[in-house]
Design a protein around this ligand. Structure first.
Ligand SMILES: NC(=O)c1ccc[n+]([C@@H]2O[C@H](COP(=O)([O-])OP(=O)(O)OC[C@H]3O[C@@H](n4cnc5c(N)ncnc54)[C@H](OP(=O)(O)O)[C@@H]3O)[C@@H](O)[C@H]2O)c1
Length: 343
């Protein structure tokens, strides 16, 4: 198929990830012939401008995928579980941003810079899964270090932005911050973040599991192992929501079979695809989510080898979760699928 004949559907087009995906279509000049924007019945009829043209949002429950080559799903796991397989059966290659199929053994879980070779053939059930937004930066940074040193253990602490909870999450932070600054009384709420996020940190993302870990923490563990192809990898995480609008940060502790060399780690990460290393003096030694210079790169700073354990190191990672953690990764999967003629 020629790229220009491509017919695309974006399910969840009115959400934070959907909006970002549409912006990236323009920025990366994705060539397509037809674009359908799909959301819930609440948004049906709304108009959205994408790549200079105006589109009407269509309701998912009435949408026909039979003419679609490529369908991006970012409307929550329940929506994907209900509709994605049917869309794939009708012939669309589905790129799913939710957790619905990530751990399904039939479904490739792809970070193009790490395991893009999985896209050499079309998956049997027509679905490619996009990993969790906190998992992608960890595997992007650790895959090249694993090849050199043999990573055996990873401990991740996340500092995740409000945008990870979508447009309503950002709005809740904005209104909560305004209320706090105007000294209105802010009651502990049962909103997007369980307790108010403004001027707070909340060590609980997604639902609590019987293990005492949250689903977000469990995703980081299981998905890292699947993407790196390392069932034996020891991984553990604490996922924390912080009052940042956009951009997830992560402190990553890792232990390896071989002793580490800090200068070599810097060199390896500088040579890794689409990673920016911050290794200067003072503030030049670490990225921060509010002032991220290039949101289409994984930013790594605070590179350290533990003085009394040369097999252990630390990284500080910052990424734009809506781009690297969701829409950009999904679009790069699409670009690879097109390049390999999978559509
Ligand atoms: N935000 C992130 O950083 C991030 C990162 C990775 C993965 N994800 C995943 O991507 C998905 C979307 O996240 P988001 O942040 O974009 O959320 P969001 O801003 O809340 O947007 C949700 C989108 O889903 C649509 N939707 C909801 N219920 C629907 C239904 N029953 N039928 C059809 N469409 C429906 C909404 O349409 P309406 O406007 O009509 O309600 C909206 O377009 C989630 O599964 C999330 O876990 C998000």
């Amino acid at each position: 198929m020629s790229r220009s004949a491509l017919r695309i559907a974006v399910v969840g087009a009115t959400g934070a990830v959907g909006e970002t995906l549409l912006a990236l279509f323009s920025e990366r000049q994705l060539a397509f012939d037809a674009l359908s924007l799909v959301a819930s019945a609440r948004s049906a009829g709304r108009t959205i401008v994408a790549r200079g043209e105006t589109y009407q949002v269509e309701a998912l429950e009435r949408f026909d995928f039979s003419g679609i080559d490529l369908a991006f799903f970012s409307a929550g796991s329940a929506v994907s579980l209900q509709w994605a397989r049917a869309a794939a059966k009708q012939g669309a290659l589905v790129i799913d941003n939710t957790s619905a199929f990530r751990m399904d053994p039939r479904t490739p879980l792809v970070v193009p810079q790490v395991n893009g070779d999985l896209l050499r053939r079309r998956p049997e059930d027509g679905i490619v899964a996009n990993p969790n937004c906190a998992t992608i930066p960890v595997v992007r940074a650790l895959a090249p270090l694993d090849r050199r040193y043999g990573v055996r253990k990873i401990v991740v602490s996340t500092y995740q932005a409000a945008s990870g909870a979508g447009l309503t999450g950002m709005e809740e932070l904005r209104s909560g911050a305004r209320a706090s600054l105007s000294e209105e009384r802010v009651e502990p709420s049962s909103g997007r973040f369980k307790v108010p996020l403004a001027f707070n940190v909340v060590p609980s993302i997604d639902v609590m599991q019987g293990s005492g870990f949250t689903l977000e923490e469990q995703k980081i563990v299981q998905e890292s192992r699947k993407i790196l192809g390392r069932d034996d990898l020891l991984v553990s995480a604490t996922a924390v929501r912080v009052p940042v609008f956009n951009g997830h940060s992560e402190a990553v502790y890792f232990e390896c079979e071989a002793p580490l060399d800090r200068a070599e780690i810097v060199e390896i990460l500088r040579g890794a695809p689409e990673i920016v290393v911050h290794d200067g003096e003072g503030a030049a030694g670490f990225p921060t989510p509010r002032f991220l210079p290039d949101p289409d790169r994984v930013h790594v700073g605070r590179i350290r080898v533990v003085p009394d354990n040369p097999h252990a190191g630390w990284l500080w990672l910052v990424t734009d979760n809506l781009r690297i953690g969701a829409a950009l990764n999904a679009l790069q999967i699409a670009e690879m699928a097109i390049a390999h003629d999978l559509l």
